[in-house]
Structures are given as structure tokens and as C-alpha cells.
Design a protein around this ligand. Structure first.
Ligand SMILES: Cc1cc2nc3c(=O)[nH]c(=O)nc-3n(C[C@H](O)[C@H](O)[C@H](O)COP(=O)(O)OP(=O)(O)OC[C@H]3O[C@@H](n4cnc5c(N)ncnc54)[C@H](O)[C@@H]3O)c2cc1C
Length: 440
């Protein structure tokens, strides 16, 4: 049925029904049982699971990037504990061999006709669609960026283009303000803007520069961290380390010529603070990617893929599912959350493919390893109501060396060899064992 439609659209006449690829002089037209848009954390796991289940020729991943990055490592790259190369692998190596990789950017969604269009003008038809597009970085929404990244001291762990500038800024720091920003928008890993601040504090102490540095955190949020248990612990950390925290302040402009940054008080918008900086770490405003935002049939009022927060099925189109940062699920956006969502999403999608209804429900599990220096970490794990949902039967709000090694040395392998192969669905089972069956 879909293939017929595809052939009609692309060739203008009905040709024999064949699965796979057709191309006219410039445009290709393809049909798949399942199309996965985005080959990042969620997309890669989904493609691995379903291509092994449905077999070759039935699953396609649309993904334009040559390199797949394990983004959680960028906090450590910024601090000089890993290199950018450590965090990336060729996309061709991580995408499953049984799925067709369409190396294109999706530009248009057409959910009424079960198809997406790519940058080269091709139409890709699907029976089922999984959207895992991640987030778009909007540095340009801050005046003076991205140009200021060309100048010393301005850095950002959020992009492979700028993450190596963080260590450079730390090395070159002499004296003055080290400023760290959190934008006025939902972002991935909301702990990351302050993790690099604690690493910087530790770096300055190790190199005898701490008494020359004013470390100041500007966050648009009214809290230091969403889950109270860990927020309380972080307030202790900032107090002990002599770090200044300004809540409800948003970075609006960077002036590289005078090396100044401007922050707006969100509760008193005429009140703008201008501060000189020696180092400025920027967490940019983010949004769901433009092609998704532009398809209002698929998105909610804030531009995110509108899914049922428990089943991860689209609220209007039952053959569309989503997972990860681009969805409307109201939890902090992390790879840990993607793992938890993946377990639920693939089961529900399998049910729908078999003609049933989704019955599995996501509990909102997310985790943020709050690295607080070169050897310690607070392992925040919580649910959709921001209540702790901890794996280990110890107080995880305490800074611990074990949790640091879990984050630095173990999680990358879990990601490359478990998650991307569709084998890791988060620590739920481990948590049950650790708590002798007495945890959710
Ligand atoms: C600095 C930093 C630190 C972090 N730390 C942690 C941490 O400690 N723990 C943790 O759990 N998480 C952490 N994260 C968050 C984690 O990396 C993300 O939440 C996770 O990668 C989201 O997965 P995703 O599949 O939704 O999106 P992504 O993994 O970002 O993948 C999205 C994919 O979609 C592709 N794409 C984009 N536009 C298009 C298009 N138009 N057409 C086709 N494909 C497209 C992209 O190329 C990309 O490959 C961190 C992130 C950063 C940046």
C-alpha cells in the first residue's frame, strides 16, 4: 500500500509493488516498515532492536552526521579527563548493519501521508515512525555568539566545536571572573552547566589559582537543581567551595572586545548585570530541531514531539512514537532517560505493530551524574515527580569517588556496547536486586 503510494508520488504511474529503493534522475523514493529519524542515543538503540527483529530491508535510520558522539563524555573532555576523539565513533560503525542508513537530514514530516522528506528531495515512506532527533543548539540567540567563541576564554561543553576550548580557558586562566551560564530554555543534561564549574574550581585549586578566581553561576532557573534531595547537597557544595550562585539570571549578550558578559534578571527584566570575564562557559538555549518544530501536527505548543508521557506513543498518530530529548516527556533530558524510555517504547511499538495497544508505562526515570571535581560525583537518579529513584542502597546525594568512576570509566562501555545495541534499558533490574526487591 505504502509502496504503491510512493511509486505514484515519485513516478506518476503505478508500477509493480517492490520493497526498497527507487530513484528517478534526482529523487529517490523508499518505503520501510519502520523509519527511525535520528541516529543518536535513542535512534541507534531503536534501529538495533527493530532491525534485528524485522530483518534487513525493513528498517531505515535517517541521520546526516558522520560521527556519533557520546555527549555525556564532553563534561570530562572540557575538564581534560578525556579527549574529544575518545567521545566519538564513526556513525557507520555504530548504526546496525541490518538497517539501511540514509545519510540525509529530514526537512519535512508529513504524518497524514506516512512519509518524511529529506534534504536531497527524497521521500521516505513508513508504516511506523520513531522520532529521536535530539535538541538543536541555538547559540545565535545570545548576542555576540557564536563569534565570541573565536576569542579567548569563551567556551562551551555542549558542542564538539567548542568543547576543547574549555580546557584551553582553564589552562590560560590568570585571574578574574570565571562565569558559568544556564539558559532560559529546556536543555539536555541540566546538571552539565554546573558540573564544569565544580571541575573548574578543582582545577584552579590544583594549579594554585583558586584565590585569584571569582567563580559565579548564573542560572535562569529558580533552583540550583530540580530534585530537592540533590539540590540541598549542591547548595552545601557551592557554600563550601565559595561559589556565588545567581538564580533567575539569563545570559543575553557576550562582548568579546571588552570581555564582558551581560545577564538579565528574569524577575526584573530592566535589571541587567554586566560583568567582565576571564573565562565564560556557555550552556546555549536549545529547542527541538526546526523540521520537527515546523510540523505542528506532531508537536505541542512548545515545539516538542507530542507523545503520551507514559507510553511514548504520539497523541494523535498511533503509528508514531518518540524518545529522547525531542519529546514532550516532562523530565530532565538525559541519555539515562533515553535508556529508560527505550525499554518502554520498543515494547509498546512492538505491541502496536502486532495490532494491540501500548500497555507498558515509563516511570520518568532519569539520572544526572553531578561530577563535582576530578574524583567525586553525586549520582542523582529520580523519577517524573523528582523523587529519588536510586540504584544503590547508599545515600547518593553524597559526593563519592565510586560514583565518579562509574560515570568516567564504566558508563561509556554501557553506552557503546549496551545501549547503542539496544541491550540497555536503564538500571531498573539492578535497582530491584540492590534493594532486595523493595524498590520501584
Ligand atoms: C555536555 C553534555 C553532558 C551530558 N551529560 C550527560 C550525562 O552525564 N548523563 C546523561 O545521561 N546524559 C547526558 N547528556 C545528555 C545526553 O547526551 C542526551 O540526553 C542524549 O544524547 C539524547 O539522546 P537523543 O537520541 O534524544 O538525541 P541525540 O543523541 O542528540 O541524537 C539526535 C540525533 O539526531 C540527528 N539529527 C538532528 N537533526 C536531524 C534531522 N533533521 N534529520 C535527521 N537526523 C537529525 C543528530 O545528528 C543526532 O545524531 C549530556 C549532554 C551534553 C551535551
Amino acid at each position: 500500500m505504502l509502496s504503491h503510494k510512493c511509486l505514484l508520488l515519485c513516478h506518476g504511474s503505478r508500477l509493480p509493488l517492490l520493497k526498497g529503493t527507487f530513484s528517478t534522475s534526482s529523487k529517490a523514493c523508499k518505503s520501510y516498515k519502520l523509519v527511525v529519524v535520528g541516529g543518536g542515543a535513542g535512534g541507534c538503540a531503536t534501529a538495533a532492536k527493530f532491525s534485528s527483529k524485522l530483518g534487513k530491508g525493513n528498517v531505515a535510520v535517517i541521520e546526516p552526521a558522520d560521527v556519533h558522539y557520546y555527549q555525556p563524555m564532553w563534561t570530562l573532555v572540557g575538564g581534560g579527563m578525556k579527549t574529544l576523539e575518545n567521545s566519538g565513533r564513526p556513525m557507520s560503525q555504530v548504526l546496525p548493519k541490518k538497517a539501511d542508513w540514509i545519510k540525509q537530514r529530514v526537512v519535512t514530516f508529513d504524518p497524514h501521508n506516512n512519509k518524511v522528506m529529506t534534504e536531497d528531495g527524497s521521500e521516505i515512506n513508513y508504516e511506523f515512525l520513531v522520532v529521536a532527533l535530539g535538541l538543536q543548539l541555538n547559540y545565535g540567540q545570545i548576542k555576540g555568539l557564536p563569534e565570541a567563541f573565536e576569542t579567548p576564554g569563551v567556551c562551551s561543553n555542549y558542542s564538539p566545536l567548542y568543547v576543547t576550548k574549555t580546557l584551553e580557558a582553564l589552562n590560560n586562566f590568570k585571574e578574574g571572573n570565571a562565569l558559568f551560564s544556564f539558559p532560559n530554555a529546556p536543555i539536555k543534561c541540566p546538571g552539565a552547566p554546573q558540573k564544569i564549574m565544580y571541575i573548574s574550581d578543582h582545577y584552579f585549586r590544583k594549579h594554585g589559582k583558586r584565590d585569584k578566581a571569582n567563580i559565579i553561576y548564573f542560572t535562569s532557573l529558580p533552583v540550583i537543581f530540580a530534585a530537592k534531595k540533590y539540590a540541598d547537597a549542591l547548595w552545601e557544595v557551592v557554600k563550601e567551595r565559595d561559589i556565588t550562585v545567581n538564580l533567575r539570571h539569563n545570559l543575553i549578550e557576550v562582548k568579546p572586545d571588552t570581555r564582558e558578559a551581560m545577564f538579565q534578571n528574569l524577575d526584573d527584566p530592566d535589571n541587567i548585570k554586566t560583568l567582565p570575564y576571564e573565562m565564560l562557559h556557555v550552556a546555549p538555549p536549545m529547542s527541538s530541531p526546526d523540521p520537527l518544530r515546523q510540523c505542528t501536527l506532531l508537536t505541542n505548543e512548545t515545539g516538542f514531539l507530542d507523545v503520551n508521557k507514559n507510553t511514548l506513543q504520539h497523541v494523535t498518530f498511533p503509528n508514531v512514537f518518540g524518545l529522547g530529548d525531542c519529546t514532550s516527556v516532562p523530565i530532565p533530558k538525559t541519555a539515562a532517560a533515553v535508556a529508560g524510555q527505550f525499554g518502554i517504547m520498543h515494547r509498546n511499538l512492538s505491541l502496536v505493530m502486532a495490532g494491540s495497544s501500548p500497555k507498558h508505562e515509563y516511570d520518568g526515570y532519569t539520572s544526572c551524574p553531578l561530577v563535582t571535581g576530578y574524583s567525586t560525583c553525586i549520582m542523582a537518579e529520580f523519577d517524573m515527580d523528582f523523587n529519588p529513584l536510586e540504584t544503590f542502597p547508599i545515600n547518593q546525594a553524597k559526593e563519592r569517588r565510586t560514583m565518579f568512576h562509574l560515570k568516567k570509566d564504566m558508563m561509556p562501555s554501557v553506552y557503546w556496547y549496551g545501549m547503542l545495541k539496544g541491550l540497555w534499558e536503564g538500571p531498573k533490574n539492578m535497582r530491584k536486586v540492590m534493594h532486595l526487591g523493595m524498590s520501584k
